[in-house]
Each structure stands twice: as structure tokens, then as C-alpha cells.
Design a protein around this ligand. Structure first.
Ligand code: NAD
Ligand code: ZN
Ligand code: ZN
Length: 389
């Protein structure tokens, strides 16, 4: 089959790889009909997530048709249409029983590696380095889906791929980001990053009762989408001081909760930006936490900072004093997608949201290398790329 493979830093290549096979009774093989490129893939592309090997098949946002099931999968049949969640989860362990699917204790064969890095192991993830199991991903014609009796969501209502594909990741991720803010009527929520994840965080904050959502980025076309499609007020951080603007917009108090939808590769002009770039390049810190620092400092006393942008390791100049002295709560996580798929499908059915609004580019799988470049450089007003194998 054809698959988009990580070859080296800033190099991906669509090539022929062996077809996936059923390896365990609870596996299914899915013929992929739509797949997408995620901001998380860019961290792999740019070489900031360790334990990638040349030839690794990328991609963790995909859906398609079941073409084969193992004997242990009784709820799926050949021909079923499914969306596949990005964390791989067994459904039976302590974490899964507590709906902490991205921390599943049984799905990461390289748990030891993750344990060294994070103190405790994390779940397997499709196409996301050997730290999360080295599973082949979904930017391909076919994928092997482990624990297929637990993860995949059957789509039975004639929705198009584009309407439901993002249940695999970014819609639940944005939603979880907003849910972690514990929003009460009248709350003001600020969202750093107007990528696809930020857009869903904004929409979800409104769904959960926020009165105002303020979105922060520097790309005018992304800020425009946040305002026109998701209904946010916007701040361009290249033109305005974010901390001052947020104070002014909230009667001096700051937002009730702040969502970091940027993660480890945040951009920052000026001296502090250069400082973190240098430290990251010299491997003295793994992540550039500009958005996170700002989110913490901006947040109202007693508020919550919800981190859904991905971080990989260690950061510097972390404002712990601000967190501690001002009673800030930090919440975070790789999304527990399995927890949200059904309720969020309901919101699509009700017409509350059509997740396809973020799509700007529709291409063939063979165009993946060009589309990684376009997306990483935010060229051609790119927000979200969908690829058809
Ligand atoms: P993206 O690259 O399209 O968007 C990131 C946005 O952040 C860009 O628009 C960029 O201009 C903006 N940005 C950069 N520096 C900023 C700053 N200092 N202040 C404000 N905005 C800034 O990526 P995406 O697909 O939207 O993903 C966003 C993050 O979410 C990534 O880190 C990704 O890995 C992560 N993610 C996490 C999960 C999860 O389960 N927690 C799931 C999916 C994605
Ligand atoms: Zn993703
Ligand atoms: Zn589990």
C-alpha cells in the first residue's frame, strides 16, 4: 500500500510499504477514506519528538471502511464505516475504566521508554513515534486498528467524511480543552492559537456556556476564521500587548480561564523568543513555552489554565510563583478521545456544529509532502488539510 512516511527532520515521503495484517484477535483493518495532518504531526516533522525512525508511517486522524476483523471484535463488521480515535486504548485497565484513555496501561509496547521520560507510561498513539508504541499511522491506504472493539466509532447516518473525520482528534481535543476550564455562565475564556485545535476550543467554550471568547494568534486569516466562523473576539499578538489587552477587555481581572492551544513550538519575537530558540536548539530545554507563560500570567486569580497544546519534556522560566500565589489551577492531557466521540457526534447530529468549517485544503495522499510544507509554513491560508488515499 501507499503510505506517508517520516524519513528525517522536515522530510516525509509517500512510498510503498507492506499492507497491515491482523496481529491480535481484537484488531481490525480499516481501508482509509479520509485522513488529515495535525499540528502534532508538525512536532514530528520539525524533529521535536524523540524516537522517530525513518520509514515510520505518520498520521493519527483517520476514518474509513472496515475490511477485516479479528475474532475478538464482535461489534464491527466488514463494510462498517468508522472514525478511529488517535489514542489506542484497551478499555479494561484502570486508566480506561476511569475514562483516561490516552493513559491506557495496556496499549504502549514501549511503556518503559515513556516511563523514563514522563515518570509513568502513557498510551499508544497511531503514527506518533516509538515513545507511544511505534504504531503505523493513518496517512496511508490501510491501517491496523488494535482494540478495535473499544475505539472506533461507527458512522451510520450518511454524514460525509468531512463532517465526522475530526471526531478522531481535534474536535474532542478542543472540547476537552474547554471542558477543563469548568466554565460557568458569564465566564470569559481566552484561547492561545487559532489553528484547528484552537478553533474547536473556541466553539466548545461557547457550547459550554462562555459569554465571551478571546482568541490570540498572529496570522490574520486564522484570526478571521476565529472571529467569523467561531465567533471569537481576537487579538493579534504582533500588533498588541496580549497581557494589557486582556486586562483591558476584562475590567482588569483577566480571563476566568485560559486555553493553551499552541504547544511546544510557540513563536515569540524579541529577546525571550531568541532565548528559548537557542536553549531548545542546544537541547537545554525541549519546548518553547511562550503561549503557556503568557496564559498563566494573563489568567484571573483563582482561574484555570487548560493546556491542550502538546509539550514533550522540560521548559525554562516557568512562572510557578504566579500559579502558586494566585491560586491558579493547571489541567492538561492528550485528549481522551473515546470519552467524547459519542456525545460530540450527537452535537453534529443536532446541527450545533459542522466540524468541516476548518478545512482549507483537500488533496490526494500523494500530495502529503507538499501539504506538510504548506501547513508548517502557514502558506496559502492553510488551516486544515484533508488527504484522500
Ligand atoms: P497549528 O500549528 O495549526 O496551530 C498553532 C497556532 O498557534 C498557529 O496558528 C500559530 O500561529 C499559533 N501560535 C504560535 N505561537 C503563538 C503564541 N505565542 N501566541 C498565540 N498563538 C501562537 O496546530 P493545531 O493543529 O491547531 O494544534 C495546536 C496544538 O495542539 C499543537 O501543539 C498540537 O500538537 C496540539 N494537539 C494536542 C492534542 C491533545 O490531545 N492534547 C490533540 C491535537 C493537537
Ligand atoms: Zn492530532
Ligand atoms: Zn486501557
Amino acid at each position: 500500500m501507499r503510505a506517508n512516511c517520516w524519513m528525517n527532520m522536515k522530510t516525509v515521503q509517500v512510498q510503498d510499504v507492506p499492507d497491515p495484517k491482523i496481529l491480535n484477535q481484537r484488531d481490525a483493518i480499516v481501508r482509509i477514506t479520509s485522513t488529515a495532518i495535525c499540528g502534532s504531526d508538525l512536532h514530528l516533522y520539525n524533529g521535536f519528538i524523540p524516537a522517530m525512525e525513518p520509514g515510520d508511517v505518520l498520521g493519527h486522524e483517520f476514518m474509513g471502511e472496515v475490511v477485516e476483523v479479528g475474532r475478538g471484535v464482535s461489534n464491527l463488521r466488514v463494510g462498517d464505516r468508522v472514525v478511529v480515535p488517535f489514542p489506542i486504548a484497551c478499555g479494561n485497565c484502570w486508566a480506561c475504566r476511569h475514562e483516561l484513555y490516552s493513559a491506557c496501561e495496556n496499549s504502549n509496547p514501549n511503556a518503559g521508554l515513556a516511563e523514563k521520560m514522563f515518570g509513568h507510561p502513557t498510551a499508544g498513539i497511531f503514527g506518533y513515534s516509538h515513545l507511544t508504541g511505534g504504531y503505523a499511522g493513518g496517512q496511508a491506504e490501510y491501517a491496523r486498528v488494535p482494540f478495535a472493539d473499544v475505539g472506533p466509532l461507527k458512522i451510520e447516518n450518511g454524514f460525509t467524511d468531512e463532517q465526522v473525520l475530526f471526531l478522531s482528534d481535534i474536535y474532542p481535543t478542543g472540547y476537552m480543552g474547554a471542558e477543563m476550564c469548568d466554565i460557568k455562565r458569564g465566564d470569559v475564556i481566552a484561547v492561545w492559537g487559532c489553528g484547528p485545535v484552537g478553533q474547536f476550543a473556541i466553539k466548545s467554550a461557547y457550547m459550554l456556556g462562555a459569554e465571551r471568547v478571546i482568541a490570540i494568534d498572529r496570522f490574520p486569516y486564522r484570526l478571521r476564521m476565529a472571529s467569523e466562523k467561531a465567533g471569537a473576539e481576537t487579538i493579534n499578538y504582533e500588533e498588541t500587548s496580549v497581557l494589557e489587552a486582556l486586562k483591558e477587555m476584562t475590567g482588569g481581572r483577566g480571563p476566568d480561564a485560559c486555553i493553551d492551544a499552541v504547544g511546544m513550538e510557540a513563536h515569540k519575537p524579541g529577546l525571550l523568543g531568541a532565548y528559548d530558540r537557542t536553549k531548545q536548539a542546544m537541547m537545554l530545554e525541549t519546548d518553547r513555552p511562550h503561549a503557556l507563560r503568557e496564559a498563566i500570567l494573563a489568567c484571573a486569580n483563582g482561574g484555570t489554565v487548560s493546556i491542550i497544546g502538546v509539550y514533550g519534556g522540560f521548559i525554562d522560566k516557568f512562572p510557578i510563583g504566579s500559579i502558586m500565589n494566585r491560586s491558579i489551577t493547571i489541567k492538561s492531557g492528550q485528549c481522551h478521545v473515546q470519552r467524547y466521540m459519542k456525545p460530540l457526534l450527537e452535537r453534529i447530529k443536532n446541527g450545533e456544529i459542522d466540524p468541516s468549517f476548518v478545512i482549507t485544503h483537500r488533496r490526494r495522499l500523494d500530495d502529503a509532502p507538499e501539504m506538510y510544507e504548506t501547513f508548517v509554513n502557514k502558506e496559502d491560508e492553510c488551516v486544515k488539510v484533508v488527504l484522500k488515499p
